[in-house]
Design a protein around this ligand. Structure first.
Ligand code: HEC
Ligand code: HEC
Length: 390
């Protein structure tokens, strides 16, 4: 019995990296601890011992139950601090394009809610994307979990590697060796074996891990720092059926409050009915939304990114056809076109396209309200910023 205990102790010691004095051996390979990772420290402003909090951010009371709830397309894919950190590095790394000229962040800039101020984005060899870049703020609250304007990517994970393999965007298509070529490249970049170890426990780089990490970073971009958030926090009341979204906000101008009222009030009651599809407090699109009547005869069903930070993320709509929010509001006021994909909420009582006929002042008020959704805190939040020492 004594003998057995002794050998168990030996085993435990060995497993913990301890050495027996009797048999001097070379230093055991200790499992990587956060105090190692020299390449991360050399190349990145990331402190592996004090990663930012992506996993459990402090959110306002009205966000309770949203993360992990039915609206959350990441409910079965939790965010970890190390996973999102790896995703952030990948997101800002130009190594992800064949000729090392662009990163995800080239087309999704933090200052615009992770969209692109250009109507169309420019890929690694100067080619243009056919659609406008999408804001990534609050992307996790689009319940169906399908991505891109036309919803063609079934999950966020699968979406993340599409731009990498796209012949226009980042170029790792079949002609350039596909994803295998990228994995080979990343294996040779000093900080990746360390970052993958931090996130996944070993340095192995796979497409699935790249997808998980990028998706975790994107899902961590949750917006609660706009003027609307500050105001809503004061009038939020979980006991009310509308949870307080229709209560005037103390810090708003009269015009902003008028715009807020129009946004949240259905057309039969004199409002513009926007909140039937763009839902507070995330301003993500409602799952059953169809298209919004941009073109007559449209059969495609598009989604909208969350309207948080929308004012920084123009031009607007899938093809960036509107350069101002005033044009967007004008579209909803008297420009909606009929077609098979048009949503019933944008039809009048007879099924014809809705005509809100808002006054000029009310149109301006709606624009003023949309601007209150701009998350100024997000723009400078260090945990979403470029992690490279450049
Ligand atoms: C060359 C510019 C460009 C690059 C590089 C780029 N994107 Fe995009 N991104 C776009 C455009 C344009 C769209 C909309 C495309 C569409 O719907 O067809 C988009 C859409 C998305 C969406 C969909 C959002 C939604 O709500 O459906 C996500 C997520 C996204 N990009 C993440 C990424 C990630 C992650 C990377 C890096 C691996 C990346 N993008 C690289 C231009 C780019
Ligand atoms: C039936 C649902 C529905 C209603 C109601 C609705 N929208 Fe939209 N909205 C959409 C869809 C879908 C898109 C994306 C359309 C596209 O690009 O093809 C969109 C796009 C937008 C965009 C552009 C987003 C971007 O990233 O470019 C803005 C801004 C917007 N809507 C504001 C409003 C306002 C203001 C109202 C009320 C007057 C409103 N919406 C009413 C469904 C709706």
């Amino acid at each position: 019995m004594k003998h057995l205990l002794a050998s168990v102790c030996c085993l435990l010691l060995a497993a913990c990296g301890g050495d027996t004095p009797a048999t001097p051996t070379p230093d055991p390979v200790t499992p990587a601890t956060p105090s190692t990772f020299p390449a991360i420290r050399a190349s990145l402003i990331v402190d592996p011992e004090a990663l930012p909090n992506y996993a459990a951010p402090t959110l306002p009371a009205y966000y309770a139950g949203l993360i992990g709830g039915p609206q959350d397309n990441g409910r079965t894919a939790p965010v970890s601090n190390a996973g999102a950190t790896l995703g952030r590095v990948l997101f800002f790394d130009r190594e992800l394009s064949v000729n090392r000229t662009i990163s995800c962040a080239s087309c999704h800039t933090q200052s615009t809610g992770f969209s692109d101020p250009r109507q169309f984005s420019v890929g690694f060899e100067g080619g243009q994307t056919p659609m406008h870049s999408m804001r990534l703020v609050n992307a996790r609250f689009w319940a169906p979990g399908t991505f891109f304007w036309d919803r063609r990517a079934p999950t966020l994970e699968s979406q993340t590697t599409d731009p990498i393999q796209d012949p226009v965007e980042m170029g790792f298509d079949a002609a350039h060796g596909g994803f295998t070529a990228l994995v080979g490249r990343l294996q040779g970049v000093t900080y990746y074996p360390e970052l993958f170890t931090l996130a996944f426990g070993d340095p192995v780089i796979t497409q699935a891990r790249v997808q998980q990490a990028l998706a975790q970073y994107v899902r961590s971009i949750v917006s609660a720092g706009s003027r609307w958030d500050q105001g809503y926090a004061q009038v939020f009341n979980p006991a009310l059926q509308d949870r307080g979204v229709n209560t005037p906000i103390p810090g708003f101008t009269a015009e902003e409050n008028r715009g807020r009222q129009l946004f949240f009030t259905p057309p039969p009651q004199g409002g513009a009915g926007c909140s039937a599809c763009h839902v507070a407090p995330t301003f993500a699109l409602t799952p059953n939304s169809r298209s919004n009547g941009l073109d007559a005869g449209e059969t495609r069903i598009f989604k909208s990114p969350s309207l948080k930070s929308v004012s920084g993320g123009g031009p607007f709509m899938h093809d960036g056809r509107f350069s101002t929010l005033a044009q967007v509001v004008e579209h909803y006021t008297n420009g909606i076109q009929n077609g098979p994909a048009l949503d019933p909420r944008l039809r009048g009582p007879g099924g014809q396209p809705l005509r809100l006929n808002l006054s000029q002042a009310d149109q301006l008020a709606l624009v003023a309200f949309l601007i209150t959704l701009t998350d100024e805190a997000m723009v400078t939040d260090a945990k979403f910023s470029d992690p490279f020492r450049r």
